[in-house]
Design a protein around this ligand. Structure first.
Ligand SMILES: [Zn+2]
Length: 186
């Protein structure tokens, strides 16, 4: 599920708010879930929805943070976050706004020309072999680019939900109100 605004942050009776970019934050070596000494980091992601206007389709941005947690909480997080099956992962790449079907169609075309290039080689028609090989290579480059775009466009579908452990350090993409706490305190 994508997050639309900051009010969707995980509720907690005690909150410490940090402002900054995910890569620019410095964390104390204390586990945010239990307060024990944090020895390793968990990297997890959230999906944020971008709405430009009513005529433009929504876009989704995946943002990741790497937060120190203690060993028992890390183990608990891993137990709560099952690895998705290869089939679910593959199917996800065909969803959303990506065009993985285009990559598959181009892949079939590359296989077709590649097959005929080999046939021409076996018949020693070298000019035809070279032409078909170049064509296969060009189509192959398109397949690679299309696959890459489609995989990136559907990344938001593969972000697993947060575990109870990572909810201890929830984050939003809110950039406004950086002086909010200062104003509230004065
Ligand atoms: Zn912990």
């Amino acid at each position: 599920m994508s997050q639309d605004n900051e009010s969707e942050l995980a509720p907690h009776p005690h909150q410490l708010r940090l402002w900054g970019t995910p890569g620019g934050l410095s964390f104390p070596s204390l586990c945010p879930n239990c307060g024990a000494s944090a020895m390793q980091r968990i990297t997890y992601s959230k999906v944020f929805r971008r709405v430009l206007d009513s005529d433009t389709p929504n876009s989704y941005v995946v943002t990741s943070v790497s937060v120190p947690f203690c060993d028992p909480c890390t183990a608990q997080h891993r137990a709560e976050t099952p690895t998705p099956s290869i089939w679910i992962t593959l199917l996800s790449s065909f969803g959303g706004g990506g065009d993985m079907i285009g990559a598959v169609v181009l892949g079939i075309a590359a296989a077709f020309t590649g097959y005929h290039a080999i046939a021409e080689l076996l018949h020693l028609r070298l000019l035809n072999f070279v032409l078909l090989s170049v064509l296969t290579l060009v189509i192959g480059l398109f397949v690679r680019a299309q696959y890459k775009f489609a995989w990136q466009d559907t990344e938001y579908l593969r972000v697993p939900p947060q575990s109870r452990v990572t909810l201890a350090f929830d984050f939003s993409d809110s950039t406004g109100g950086a002086f909010e706490s200062v104003l509230a305190a004065s």
